[in-house]
Design a protein around this ligand. Structure first.
Ligand code: GLC
Length: 479
């Protein structure tokens, strides 16, 4: 039996802020399902105050003790619960994790150094020695480094293999050498491992130590070897290219399922698109837009950050709304400049635009169910999940050919009377190209027969975890 331990900073439904939480909330259970009796899958997370009472009530207290971290002793508790065939461990320390937000604190480096060390240290207390440790993003990067530098010679730890997955290379965990000892508990003889570009770089340390480095799409695995997408890490990635591969994410097909989703007005499949239209009418009523079924509803559901391609949208949307008969909704919060832009846009086009500047998962499902066309013109996108969720809900994606968007959405095309592709795509980071493809999507949508045919194709595209869970298991085995 293979024992796999995931280590990461967030997982649905316990605590999540973005795509990492989606993946750590669904991939472990998919691997447990695909591997059956042959795998034992466990996950290590921080016990944030955001984890609800409902979950806490189901937890079992595993152990607690004082763990050494540099020159001090710190409390470390472990709680556990089993869900969907996966054991979840929660590392408890109120000083570090009893705070309102998951991240964004002045001492995040120290908080995740603690978490990463505890994740390795507790294994001997739990008497659980995995075959593979699979750590995710910078917050868990040090677990890979600590295993190598501090635990390898302890019985049980000798043969553990390690995988490090990059969900977003933009966030690396960079710190001044001043805190190498006090915060990261590393001596000078380990400095070279985390050293990169004149500072401590936690992600670099994990890339250097891990047996395998993966990222969340094949295209992104290629892109981050080049300077344009690597945020400075291309050198270390090229040095370690032999370890690097990309495996495309999937989405949780039970949670995102228009056939059973209780949060939407009427459930539907690709065979009952009439019922999808009921969702559009209900949503238009909910937000006070004219209840029209003859205009396409275009949506953007995204963190309002520049790398999501918001500058392209703000550049082209005014013209589009002035010249075409469409409705437009944006759901998400982020940079104030974009929030203000969309607020003003709604005032300028009160009959066409709604700006919902919040993060709300249930509302997002109602928007997917109601929408016809989905814009996602990211500047860079490791994988992207929204284009897959949109597809699952029968929304025509308009995406830029980068990272996981390139791997998941192929441009619509007709050849010898056959329809190919599952969306509209463009290559350059250009508002004119986005506008052109958005207009092509609108034109196709206005042709009912073609629209239904393309939406059927899109909804039948497989974005489940099935294929990728198998690839992960093969990779673990290859180690
Ligand atoms: C990050 C990336 C996103 C990816 C997600 C899950 O949020 O930005 O592209 O889909 O991680 O891997």
């Amino acid at each position: 039996m293979k024992k796999i331990l995931f280590i990461g900073a967030e997982a649905m439904p316990f605590a999540a802020t973005g795509g990492l939480g989606d993946v750590l909330g669904s991939l472990p259970a998919e691997i447990a399902k695909a591997g059956g009796e042959d795998v034992d899958v466990r996950v290590m997370l921080p016990l944030y105050s955001a984890v609800s009472q409902e979950w806490r009530a189901q937890m079992k207290h595993e152990c607690d003790y004082q763990m050494s971290l540099s020159w001090r002793m710190v409390y470390c508790g472990v709680e556990s619960l089993v869900k969907d065939g996966v054991t979840y461990y929660f590392i408890d320390n109120e000083y570090y994790f009893n705070r309102e937000a998951l991240y964004g604190h002045f001492d995040d480096g120290e908080r995740f150094a603690f978490f990463s060390k505890a994740a390795i240290d507790v294994l001997s207390k739990l008497d659980f020695y995995p075959d593979v440790i699979h750590a995710h993003d910078w917050q868990a990067a040090m677990s890979v480094v600590y295993l190598d530098r501090k635990y390898r010679r302890i019985r049980g730890y000798e043969n553990i293999k390690t995988v490090f997955t990059i969900h977003n290379i933009e966030y690396q965990g960079k710190y001044d050498f001043l805190i190498l000892g006090d915060v990261f508990e590393l001596k000078n003889d380990s400095k070279y491992i985390v050293e990169y570009d004149g500072c401590i770089n936690l992600m670099k340390g994990a890339i250097a130590c891990a047996n395998k480095v993966t990222t969340v799409s094949p295209r992104y695995a290629e892109e981050i070897k080049g300077e344009e997408h690597s945020h400075g890490l291309s050198q270390i990635l090229n040095d370690n290219a032999f370890k690097l591969c990309g495996i495309l994410n999937g989405i949780d097909y039970d949670y995102y399922n228009p056939q059973t989703d209780k949060t939407i007005s009427k459930t539907y499949t690709w065979r009952s698109l009439k019922n999808k239209a009921v969702n559009k009418a209900a949503f238009q009523q909910e937000v006070g837009l004219p209840q029209r079924d003859d205009v396409p509803l275009i949506s953007v559901i995204s963190r309002l950050a520049s790398h999501k391609g918001l500058d392209l949208i703000t550049d082209m949307i005014y013209d589009l709304l002035s010249t075409r008969d469409v409705q437009f909704v944006v759901l998400g919060k982020g940079d104030v400049k974009y929030e203000n832009f969309f607020r003003e846009l709604e005032q300028r086009f009160p009959d066409k635009v709604r700006a919902m500047l919040i993060y709300d998962r249930d509302l997002s499902k109602r928007v997917y169910a109601a929408s016809d066309i989905f814009l996602m013109p990211s500047k860079s996108e490791p994988c992207g999940l929204s284009q897959m969720i949109a597809s699952r809900y029968g929304v025509i994606p308009v995406t830029r050919e980068t990272g996981g968007l390139y791997d998941s959405i192929k441009g619509y095309w007709e050849k010898d009377g056959k329809m190919l592709g599952n969306g509209f795509t463009f290559a350059n980071y250009s508002a004119a190209e986005l506008a052109d493809r958005a207009c092509a999507a609108i034109d196709l949508w206005n042709n009912t027969e073609k629209r239904n045919k393309l939406i059927g194709r899109i909804m039948r595209t497989d974005f489940s975890w099935t294929a990728s869970a198998k690839k992960y298991i093969e990779m673990y085995e290859s180690l």
